[in-house]
Design a protein around this ligand. Structure first.
Ligand code: SF4
Length: 79
């Protein structure tokens, strides 16, 4: 028998990697915006299930690999 649990899912931008291309802002405008310094910042909230596709698309599209999604659905076998 497996037990499933979901940890809070959040997305963030590693600002030291971000080069301000803006792919994330175009791909998922509800989740990313530009800061005054031209780098992107992600929404500071737990993602809703409806946000995940956008977050994943932005993560996959970022040419600097600056987008990190934390948290996930996990499973473990219960004895
Ligand atoms: S796509 Fe990546 S490098 Fe470009 S602004 Fe977004 S986080 Fe920064």
């Amino acid at each position: 028998m497996f037990v499933y649990w979901r940890t809070p899912v959040r997305v963030h931008v590693e600002t030291e990697r971000c080069q301000g291309h803006g792919v994330c802002v175009v791909t998922a405008p509800a989740l990313f915006e530009f800061q005054d310094d031209g780098k992107a910042v992600a929404a500071a909230r737990e993602l809703a299930p409806a946000d995940l596709d956008g977050a994943r698309a932005a993560e996959a599209s970022c040419p600097e690999l600056a987008i990190v999604i934390e948290g996930k659905l996990s499973a473990a076998r219960e004895s």
